[in-house]
Design a protein. Structure first.
Length: 428
């Protein structure tokens, strides 16, 4: 009964427009005041415990990396390189959108930042070239999920800190699934563009043009190279990697490209502070909410329900994906990863899945929630930029969501997709 009341209370707060962080703090406070089951100081204590994890320090650094790139000419250079690589294909601008998301995924680790950055530039161009507003918003939103899968990934850092997993192993495990999603999205864009008669780039591909675009973006591409080489080579931790990539982004923008002024730098720091605060508020709020779920037996009940299917792999997999997708529709991905992620990973391990494989399934599954109503932040952001009807964007998202669900099933069924690269790199 307590679980039903909790879920009802959470849904009510979300429906009236309360921020998810506020909802997750209010409910434990109300419970304690109503029952006297614990001291009220339990709430701030649990908030502190949720934040007192060293790997989380990497999050502001990766966000700063993204902001520094956006403040310099890095974004334009990456888009120019993406255009040279795939702009000639049918549905060229849509292809550029996806490839740019794959590049940016290796730099900032934030799906929301990806949506805002690429969407602001690409969506108006796509609409001018005849793409519907709904399609433009849909491909931008779904492409941004790659930012949470290809390393660095803020979602993976959060899950690793909660489930006591190696950040480097999770980063390596996300590379193949992220690239696979990107390539399948490009194939879908080609098919839809051919069906609807969308444009294809009229600029011929030349080796000289490709080399010019690559040279123009070469220093920007150093950022993911430094990150990947450093973490996978064991030279520095995820936190150190975040600091180093931010320093590289600052050097590239201010010294190499000379497009980052002091004013731009201060503005980047300001935006990073605000974005980091919004993430850490959710992480902190998830602490007392997780405590409440444990206190009233909700997590125990879910744990027992899912664990009871561990002996039947197909049934267990179906139940796991259903739980992830339903939870993703009603709670922020970050909150879900903190509250439910460790429990789901533990159940997967008990059912015979490798921890890294289980963690990638959880991350990819919950990231789908950022592009689905009613709380999908990237879905709303892309729709707002495109000026598109939310219902029509939801319909346009369906084929792309089907692709990510297909990849999610593949990740669950085929362990080499997530484990081969970490093993080759000696991270497992």
């Amino acid at each position: 009964m307590d679980s039903v009341l909790l879920i009802a209370g959470l849904m009510l707060l979300i429906l009236i427009g309360a921020p998810i962080a506020l909802a997750m703090i209010v409910l434990p406070v109300v419970y304690i005041l109503a029952t006297g089951a614990a001291p009220l100081l339990t709430v701030p204590h649990q908030m502190y415990e949720a934040l007192a994890k060293f790997p989380l320090v990497a999050i502001p650094f990766f966000m700063l990396t993204g902001e520094l790139m956006n403040s310099s000419t890095v974004t334009e250079r990456i888009l120019r390189l993406s255009s040279v690589i795939v702009g000639r294909m049918r549905g060229g601008l849509a292809q550029v959108n996806v490839v740019a998301s794959m590049f940016f995924a290796g730099m900032n680790g934030s799906a929301v930042a990806d949506t805002a950055t690429i969407g602001t530039i690409m969506i108006p161009q796509m609409k001018k070239r005849g793409y519907s507003a709904e399609f433009s918003a849909a491909i931008t939103a779904i492409g941004s999920t790659i930012g949470g899968i290809i390393p660095p990934s803020i979602a993976m850092i959060i899950l690793a800190s909660g489930a006591n997993l190696s950040v480097g192993a999770l980063f390596a495990g996300g590379v193949v699934p992220g690239l696979l999603i990107g390539f399948l999205l490009m194939m879908a864009c080609w098919a839809i563009a051919a069906l609807r008669g969308y444009e294809r780039g009229d600029r011929p591909f030349t080796i000289a043009g490709a080399l010019r675009a690559f040279r123009g973006a070469a220093f920007a591409l150093m950022i993911p190279v430094v990150l990947v080489a450093g973490i996978f080579g064991g030279w520095f931790s995820s936190v150190e990697a975040g600091a180093i990539t931010a320093a590289v982004a600052l050097f590239v923008g201010a010294v190499v490209y000379r497009s980052l002024s002091l004013r731009d730098l201060l503005a980047a720091f300001d935006r990073t502070l605000k974005l980091s605060a919004s993430v850490f508020i959710i992480i902190a709020a998830a602490g007392p909410f997780s405590w409440l779920l444990t206190r009233i037996g909700t997590l125990t009940a879910l744990d027992g329900w899912l664990g009871g299917m561990a002996g039947t792999p197909v049934l267990f997999g179906a139940a796991l994906l259903a739980l992830i997708l339903v939870a993703g529709m009603f709670m922020d991905a970050t909150a879900n990863i903190i509250v439910l992620g460790p429990m789901l990973v533990a159940n997967c391990v008990a059912a015979g899945f490798a921890p890294v494989q289980a963690a990638i399934v959880v991350v990819v599954g919950f990231l789908l929630g950022i592009v689905t109503p009613p709380v999908g932040v990237c879905y709303f952001t892309a729709s707002a930029i495109a000026g598109a009807n939310l219902g029509r964007v939801a319909v346009a998202l369906l084929p792309f969501l089907a692709i990510e669900l297909f990849v999610l099933v593949l990740i669950l069924a085929l362990s080499p997709l997530t484990l081969a690269l970490p093993r080759v790199l000696g991270l497992l």
